[in-house]
Design a protein around this ligand. Sequence first.
Ligand code: MLT
Length: 356
Amino acid sequence: MSLHHLNDALVRPRSARPGHGRYPRLAGLATATLVLAACGGGGGGGGEDDPAAAEAFPEGDITFVVPFSAGGPTDTVTRLVAEPIAEELGANIVVQNVEGAGGTIAAGEVAAANPDGYTVLMHHIGMSTAPSLYPDLPYAPLEDFEPLGLVTQVPMTIVARSDFEPQTMEELVTYLEENAEDVTLANAGIGAASHLCGLLLQDALGVELTEVPYEGTGPALTDLVAGEVDLMCDQTTNTTGQIQAGEIKAYAVTTPERVETLPDLPTTEEAGLEELQVGVWHGFYVPAGTPEGIREELSAAILSSLEDENVISQLGELGAAPFSQEEATPEAHRQLLEEQIELWQPIIEEAGVAAD
Ligand code: MLT
């Protein structure tokens, strides 16, 4: 099986569904930002059968851990929904970025956190690919986490520094075929959506570019705008503003349909690369063992945030959309995660891609 099949793994998360160790508690946390102040106090307690803890929840700040840099696409989506979730729960939400290793450092830390509902992981498709990419992964996505619900689906764009020579997707293909060894391709680490999309692009063209890993596509985009790297495949939630402002060049959107906010951008299929179709899904997780009552409260708040008008309109402006209420449940989230893990495993094995 070739990398072309990554297409099925990433696109159409809804219909396609085709598709341990212990750490110190969040010891490596980077910057923290308080999203909304609604109450005071402190978390604690927990345990699977702890009705008292569930009854009292939330009585302190809740931390949303983002596994990539601040200002990037995962961070943007998290902060957007954090506000209505905080309102719904009547709690402060602190967003913390724990970067590195394609999101696996953050996931490892949350897997080992106290299962009390006060530490919540946001993650994307990387949750399903990490077991196949990281031989020493210190957590198992299905055993060490409880999915709380899906949030959004985001198309990707193929973008370049504004003075990159090719003007169209067709020209880009020819240019990469002729100059592959001179072209740098930014990504957010092994297993990041940008990495997976970049693999697809290289596989589709049969070329090998020089990959430049960052801790998130937020800083990668800054370097792209500055002309420090040539090319990137990134989510519309990160690239739309810079494309519209002409700060970067865009070649194609990697979804079957054009994106309303970038109407002039052809799909990869229109540009003759129908196998290069990529979409990214995001969801929230708590460590396994978090009491059911607490999980239910968090999931209900997440679901309700997806109906928030500001969330819907801001996601829309960035070319994305929330999952529907039926698609976003914890059960649907677990099912999608299971399917995606199964789908990716043989593809990644065959592709021979792995972290050191
Ligand atoms: C980020 O937030 O930086 C991205 O989601 C990285 C990626 O997956 O490409």
